[in-house]
Design a protein around this ligand. Structure first.
Ligand code: ATP
Ligand code: MG
Length: 411
């Protein structure tokens, strides 16, 4: 019979890769907890409407990449990102009544119908943070610090932080008008996506990955507008304050005026962290401020800022991590004695195994030396004397000790 294979763009995460995933998850808990963040888990599917309104209906994510299906005449969508879901949960659970800031972090699978390639899957995982209730730049600084310090805790360096300010809806309006004006003569030469964006969301033009479009946007008269300081005084002072904090904390960053981010809801601070070791899918982290999203989804006016990181891309940078060996492998001709001692060791917190097939002594020792740090040998003499012989499988050192001292010795 034909075997059924894993779906295109999805992957099994096999036991051999698990140490890296556990490492990423444990570090996330450790680092984000230090900043006072609490974990939240929201459902994998939500009402399609949540993403249309939350992520924005001019984005690639909503227009092309969503896994949408119907059940009982409801349109549902597998979450393509988790900010909208977290905001929904924030509103639904009245979290605006908690004292600000409310700091939440999450991890889990996301789904986007994209063209699979290295670093780009259809089911992938993100770990992310959302901080609610603070409009001051201190929150922007803290969120960027959380991202940078998490990456540091993973042992990743050779990363660069890129920063931009999109201003507020008011100052952005002026910028959009100027940008449209200067791009207008080239409108016919732009890709179909950009032609649609031109009217609906001109800022996103700068996000286009098509070479021909990029060349057009590199023209001097267009660059002059892009590189101009269009943001209003208040937005500029917010951005300056943020940079002041980052400078004081020795966080390296560069300002990238082309950084507009793929999602519609951002305002003021946006940032990305890129790796210099990942080839073309080099963004490991994307984030920004989204002060109007909570209100747009029906909640109380609540400023917020957050980021998401792609865990497959982090895993690729971290590389292999060795699995820990079993501590003790009990070797005995008596499966009964072996199962009893193995359980006793496990109860005392020691990872332990024994040979379930009751092979010959030598075979058991061979197996032990492959999977364990110590062989705990229970021969007839040892059993009679209430002892066990412990063999260090790395050094071959061997010692016979009382059963009562076994746990202490192995620890
Ligand atoms: P990209 O420009 O690479 O498509 P994006 O702007 O769509 O990224 P975000 O929505 O900001 O990405 O998601 C944050 C992070 O999640 C990205 O920086 C990336 O590391 C990861 N990511 C996004 N899409 C995928 C995917 N299809 N497969 C694997 N990782 C992804
Ligand atoms: Mg994308």
């Amino acid at each position: 019979m034909a075997i059924i294979k894993v779906q295109k763009g999805t992957k099994d995460i096999l036991p051999a890769e698990m140490p890296v995933w556990h490492f990423m998850e444990e570090k996330a808990n450790e680092v984000f907890t230090k900043y006072g963040a609490k974990e939240i888990r929201t459902p994998i599917f939500e009402a399609t409407e949540l993403f249309a309104r939350g992520v924005g209906d001019t984005t690639d994510i909503v227009n092309k990449e969503m896994y949408t299906f119907e059940k009982s005449e409801r349109s549902l969508t597998l979450r393509p990102e988790n900010t909208a879901g977290v905001v929904r949960a924030f509103i639904e659970n009245g979290m605006h009544r908690l004292s600000a800031p409310v700091k939440l972090w999450y991890k889990g699978p996301m789904f986007r119908y994209e063209r699979p390639q290295a670093g780009r899957q259809r089911q992938f995982h993100q770990v992310g943070v959302e901080v609610f209730g603070i409009k001051q730049a201190t929150a922007d600084a803290e969120v960027i610090l959380m991202a940078v310090n998490y990456l540091k805790a993973l042992g990743l360096n050779d990363l660069s932080v890129e920063l931009n300010s999109l201003g507020c809806p008011e100052c952005r309006e002026v910028f959009k008008t100027k940008l449209k004006e200067v791009i207008k003569p080239y409108l016919n030469e732009l890709c179909p996506d950009c032609q649609a964006r031109y009217e609906k969301n001109p800022l996103r033009l700068l996000d286009c990955k098509v070479e021909e479009c990029k060349e057009i946007y590199a023209k001097p008269e267009i660059q002059a507008i892009i590189q101009s300081d269009f943001i209003c005084e208040e937005c500029a002072s917010h951005f300056n304050e943020l940079q002041g904090y980052l400078n004081a904390l020795n966080i390296n960053y560069s300002i990238n005026k082309l950084l507009v981010r793929g999602l519609d809801y951002y305002n003021r601070t946006v940032f990305e962290i890129k790796s210099n070791n990942l080839g073309s899918q080099n963004a490991v982290c994307g984030g920004g401020r989204y002060d109007s999203l909570v209100r747009n989804l029906g909640g109380e006016d609540t400023p917020a800022i957050g980021f998401a990181m792609g865990m497959e891309r982090l895993a690729a940078l971290i590389g292999n991590k060795k699995d820990k060996k079993t501590v003790a492998f009990v070797v005995s001709n008596s499966p009964l004695e072996a199962i009893k001692l193995t359980e006793e060791l496990r109860a005392k917190g020691i990872t332990a195994e024994f040979d379930l097939t009751n092979k010959k002594f030598v075979k058991q020792l061979e197996k032990a030396s492959k999977v364990a740090e110590f062989a705990v040998i229970l021969g007839e003499d040892e059993i009679a004397a209430g002892k066990a012989t412990v063999k260090n499988l790395a050094t071959s050192e061997q010692k016979t000790i009382a059963r009562n001292d076994l746990v202490e010795y192995l620890k």
